[in-house]
Design a protein. Structure first.
Length: 305
């Protein structure tokens, strides 16, 4: 059982079939089918089954996935470690970031890193918090930046900052710049928030609803918007209010296009953490990128699970 066979297995699983996997790997469908058949023969069990015309993991396949991911990631670590010996100031570094964290602070991080390591190929991917962890776990990204800790034993999480959440509204909203005693006072407002999608999990999507449930307020009127920028434009236009972190709303607050509503009983924040694979290899460039991230977020202490 080699890493190529395991990588092929994972690609078939993620792409949903032999045909899509063949396109992704630039190989023929018969070649992919043979690779999977040999792996199944070696293990003595089928890894996939056809259900209603779809290629699905068998029970054995589902058991196999996390072990295959770790094995493929370890093989990538070994390759990266050897390459780093020959070229300590070059090579690839892959960063995965939650989209709403890809703001001005990230630009400063990337600018500093590029100045220090001009020979390093740095790639950036945006994803949800859960997807960031998955990319790190599979070895497809070296360092992740997401919201809230991931309790997986395969990952190390380092707390960078607890970002305060605040209610924002249009600059001409009747409550702009004012204070309300309770979150319940805003129950009748139209809220703008990320949609809660089972197939695309995001921690921040449930903050508004969790807060209202915690305060015993039940359902609220809301508009699902799957874009932070679009959310802010709708708030500016007076089409609703939103719960945003200080950094997400900083630019609009600076220029006065939106305002805050202070809420007496609202104490809400979200942790920003880095994610790396536990025991995974980090090149000198990757370690330096982590240092720059820590410095930009204030150099907080490590908090691991």
């Amino acid at each position: 059982m080699d890493s190529d066979a395991l990588s092929t297995f994972l690609t078939v699983h993620r792409r949903g079939g032999i045909s899509s996997a063949a396109k992704a790997l630039h190989r023929s469908q018969p070649a992919i089918s043979r690779r999977i058949a040999l792996l199944e023969q070696e293990l003595g069990v089928p890894l996939f089954e056809r259900i209603a015309g779809r290629t699905m993991l068998s029970d054995a396949g589902r058991v196999m996935v996390p072990y295959a991911e770790r094995a493929v990631a370890a093989a990538q670590d070994a390759e990266n470690a050897v390459r780093a010996l020959a070229r300590p100031d070059s090579g690839p570094v892959a960063l995965a970031v939650v989209g709403t964290l890809a703001g001005g602070r990230l630009s400063e991080i990337l600018k500093r890193f590029a100045a220090e390591y001009p020979g390093v190929e740095l790639t950036l991917r945006t994803a949800t918090s859960a997807e960031v962890s998955d990319l790190i776990r599979r070895g497809e990204a070296t360092i992740g930046l997401r919201y809230d800790r991931d309790g997986s034993r395969d990952l190390d999480c380092e707390l960078l900052q607890a970002e305060r959440l605040q209610v924002v509204c249009a600059a001409d909203h009747p409550r702009a710049g004012r204070r309300v005693a309770k979150l319940a006072d805003l129950r009748g407002e139209r809220w703008i928030a990320f949609p809660v999608l089972p197939q695309r999990r995001e921690i921040t999507a449930s903050h508004v609803f969790a807060l209202f449930q915690t305060h015993g307020l039940g359902e609220v009127g809301w508009t699902p918007v799957d874009s932070l920028t679009a959310q802010k434009r709708l708030v500016e236009a007076g089409l609703g209010i939103a719960l945003l972190s200080e950094s997400n709303a900083a630019e609009e607050l600076k220029y006065g296009s939106i305002a805050t509503i202070r809420v007496g009983d609202l104490k809400a924040s979200q942790d920003v953490v880095t994610v790396t694979r536990r025991g995974g290899f980090l090149s000198a460039a990757s370690r330096r990128l982590l240092e720059i991230v820590r410095a930009e977020y204030g150099g907080t202490k490590t908090s691991k699970r």
